[in-house]
Design a protein around this ligand. Structure first.
Ligand SMILES: Cc1cc2nc3c(=O)[nH]c(=O)nc-3n(C[C@H](O)[C@H](O)[C@H](O)COP(=O)(O)O)c2cc1C
Length: 189
């Protein structure tokens, strides 16, 4: 698939078919995602895949996430949308797998920021490659509110949480959010 087409067509998917994703395919997509640039070539990412019982254990963190983010949701969304978001945090749209993206910790603030940026580049690669393979994803950061518990659950307490994405076969085609203007500044003097 042409890269630009994949960038335009990829959507955040919030409803999945229950069909499992082949383990070999998912491993291959994740390995390919690691062809991202990284600050000082540290390659600081780590991808943790959760399926079956482990995925359900992760779901159990959802009430804590909802509690932590609900005030913000109240300010930004209608009650109907807020309840939909609660439901999505609870079951990730029925996705058969979750990918938790982590980055190496660093005592130095610039170092940690570079690690986040590098791991985010790799995470976006995964979103695009998944789309090319006919899979849906949705980058989610709500679980940053319970980062410590996420790291404990996946057994990587010396890492930091970048984001979580469900992954599976899409059961919806969301509308295309238009691009917002005035985002490019060109300076030559
Ligand atoms: C850093 C980041 C955090 C996000 N967090 C969430 C989230 O917690 N829950 C969610 O449903 N979507 C989340 N999204 C998805 C955005 O809502 C989505 O990308 C945006 O609405 C544009 O839609 P599109 O991805 O279909 O183009 C997040 C996306 C990014 C990049």
């Amino acid at each position: 698939m042409e890269l630009y087409k994949a960038m335009q067509e990829r959507r955040s998917i919030r409803k999945f078919k229950p069909d499992p994703v082949d383990r070999k395919l998912l491993e291959e997509l994740i390995q390919k995602s690691m062809w991202a640039p990284s600050g000082t070539n540290v390659q600081p990412w780590k991808f943790v895949v959760l399926t079956e019982k482990k995925k359900e254990e992760f779901w159990q963190l959802s009430n804590l996430v909802i509690e932590a983010v609900d005030e913000t949701l109240k300010q930004q969304f209608s009650d109907k949308m807020r309840l939909f978001i609660h439901g999505y945090f609870r079951d990730f749209g029925g996705a058969p797998a979750l990918v938790v993206v982590l980055t190496q910790n660093n005592e130095n603030q610039e170092g940690i920021q570079a690690n986040y940026e590098s791991a985010s580049a790799a995470m976006y690669n995964l979103l695009l490659l998944a789309h090319e393979a006919g899979l849906g994803t949705c980058w989610m950061t709500g679980h940053l509110a319970v980062e410590k518990k996420v790291l404990e659950l996946v057994g990587c307490t010396d890492y930091r949480l970048v984001g979580v994405t469900p992954i599976g076969y899409p059961d919806q085609s969301p509308p295309v959010p238009p691009r917002k203007g005035d985002k490019l500044l060109w300076l030559d003097k």
